[in-house]
Design a protein around this ligand. Structure first.
Ligand code: COA
Length: 532
């Protein structure tokens, strides 16, 4: 009864055009992902291997359970900046000895694995994901510490890494450091604050100050091994719990630690039978138009995302610009809020608020599929109380305690970003499709607003308005906002947790749902459901 039907015509011209544009966007994404994988480039990777060391992605592969999936996060961090794409650190959620963990791995081929302001944000976000979802953390450590030229933007907030690691421990969330190389100064507190530390012989260097600094500070002549080697820390200082003869041994020991933590997830496992959608996820590429102004029906996406394409729509006849309803993904029940025609009116805001309250009554996680230009403006809507209705929705989103997962499918503009559980509303995980845009408003609208404001300002001061200069300025602002709204620029700043292939959305949400169920899944109680 509630299985979705599809009206998609795969022979239509628009299908082919959309698909072509999406494949082009995915090819650009692939190019950038390759840069992240390449790390510091061939020369530094070769040098690293010549030293008998494994690149971070190979360390990761050996750490994870064979053939288990890995949900990489923030792969394009620092895109478009002077720093290497990926920001010299690899983060994600994977399975180690049957335990879903957050993995944080330094890439020592990028500036010695030194941490720049983007690596810091990426690391802190990974630690936050571990804390809110109750996921154990494995650190693959080999880093030159702070990126010294950018220390001013880094040093103070970087202290938070050790704070987070400590807090995880106090919350009973295990933390492990496997130290493959340099872990100096502040970095020494990573194994220092973790519950478990494994150090690799002749490679790990864990000290507050290396030989040159010690010489400068005290005049003492010391060497790396006696100051911070694996042998010394395993036999003398006791900082190391496990002495590893080489990298593979260290990973084996790390996996053994995880196998002994007696881990139990607090949320329920999947309660429904996972059933593939009845329509092919591949077709999503033909549904989403490259022009974000052209709407598409999110039910076509849901038909290719949720179990059995089964979607029990809530209030289908009311507030129709927002589609709400119940479904399951890989066996996990979810409530879905998906924008249809972009704009949120009062009805949509009230419908969303009620729906969020209902999900909280029944402890059902929420999935937000964003494609919104924000709340409706204009005299009629202001007089109709659009601010109050938008506030209801934002209030409901803020106070909802069931896990939120958010995907920006095409556009996320204005307060629609807030109401649809954007970054500032703490979705447990948040992703975007490669063609998606995010900004305070669309680039032409923003440039147009600035032009009108400039014209009014000139008039109020009795100045002549320079039309030519205005045209140049408007074009420059529009292209700046266009650049900043691009999915790569947004993810580069860590405003989401990564860009995903639209065809993988079901699996990405499934892995995310599995991860969030490591913690309790409990809705907010106390108010019941306000009928708006
Ligand atoms: N900040 C900025 N750049 C750094 C850096 C740091 N902390 N550490 C290394 N780099 C750069 C190097 O300048 C070098 O750049 P280049 O290739 O353009 O010349 C590149 O990263 C590789 O460094 P290199 O020393 O050749 O690599 P290595 O593998 O032999 O040694 C380290 C790596 C980390 C052991 C060594 O670079 C080091 O001791 N760095 C300083 C560590 C430190 O004191 N950090 C401060 C902690 S708060």
């Amino acid at each position: 009864m509630t299985v979705l039907k599809s009206l998609l015509d795969v022979t239509a011209e628009s299908y082919a055009t959309n698909r072509k544009a999406q494949l082009e966007a995915l090819a650009k994404l692939e190019e950038q992902l390759e840069l992240a994988v390449a790390g510091g480039g061939e020369r530094y990777v070769r040098r690293h291997r010549d030293r008998g060391k494994l690149p971070v992605r190979e360390r990761l592969e050996l750490l994870l359970d064979p053939d288990s999936p890995f949900l990489e996060l923030s792969a394009l961090a620092a895109w478009g900046t002077d720093f290497t794409v990926g920001a010299s650190v690899l983060t994600g959620i994977g399975v180690v000895s049957d335990v879903e963990c957050v993995v944080i791995g330094h890439d020592p081929t990028v500036r010695g694995g030194a941490m720049n302001p983007y690596s810091l944000r990426k690391t802190l976000r990974a630690l936050e994901i571990a804390r809110v979802n109750r996921l154990p953390v494995v650190n693959l450590v080999e880093s030159g510490g702070a990126d010294l030229p950018t220390q001013a933007d880094l040093f103070v907030p970087a202290g938070r890494i050790f704070h987070e690691l400590t807090e995880l421990s106090s919350l009973g969330i295990p933390t492990l450091a496997i130290v493959f190389g340099n872990s100096t100064a502040g970095g020494a507190y990573v194994p220092g604050m973790c519950d478990y530390a494994v150090l690799v012989d002749r490679q790990a260097k864990v000290f507050l100050g290396g030989p040159p600094l010690v010489k400068m500070a005290t005049g003492e002549e010391a060497d790396d091994e006696s100051l911070g080697g694996a042998e010394m820390h395993s036999r003398v200082s006791g900082l190391s719990d496990y002495f590893a003869v080489d990298e593979r041994d260290a990973i084996r020991l790390g996996r053994r630690v995880l196998s002994r933590i007696n881990w139990r997830k607090l949320g329920p496992g999947p309660t429904r039978t996972p059933e593939p959608p009845r329509f092919d996820p591949e077709e999503i590429l033909g549904i989403v138009p490259p022009d974000t102004k052209v709407p598409f029906d999110p039910r076509e996406i849901l038909a290719r995302t949720v179990d059995g394409s089964d979607f029990d729509e809530y209030k289908p006849l009311y507030g129709t610009s927002l589609v709400t309803g119940w479904a399951s993904i890989h066996g996990y029940p979810v409530g879905v809020l998906a924008n249809h025609r972009g704009v949120l009116f009062s009805e949509e805001a009230k419908k969303a608020s009620e729906f969020i309250l209902l999900a909280n009554q029944t402890d059902v996680p929420l999935v937000f599929l964003q494609n919104t230009t924000g709340y409706m403006v204009g005299t009629r809507y202001e007089q109709g109380g659009i601010i109050k209705d938008g506030a209801k929705m934002i209030n409901a989103v803020t106070n909802s305690t069931v896990p939120h997962l958010t995907v920006n499918m095409a556009s996320s503009f204005g307060a629609g970003n807030y109401g649809m559980s954007g970054r500032a509303y703490d979705p447990r995980l948040m992703f975007a499709w490669p063609g998606a845009k995010l900004a305070v408003m669309g680039a032409p609208q923003l440039a147009g607003v600035m032009s009108i404001v400039g014209r009014a300002s000139a008039a109020s001061q009795g100045r002549e308005f320079d039309e030519e200069a205005d045209r140049t300025r408007t074009a420059a602002i529009e292209s700046q906002i266009e650049r900043e709204s691009h999915a790569f620029a947004v993810t580069a700043r860590l405003y989401d947790d990564g860009i995903v292939d639209p065809r993988d959305t079901r699996d990405v949400l499934g892995m995310s749902l599995s991860a969030v169920h490591s913690n309790r899944v409990e809705g907010r109680r106390g108010f019941g459901v306000f009928r708006m």
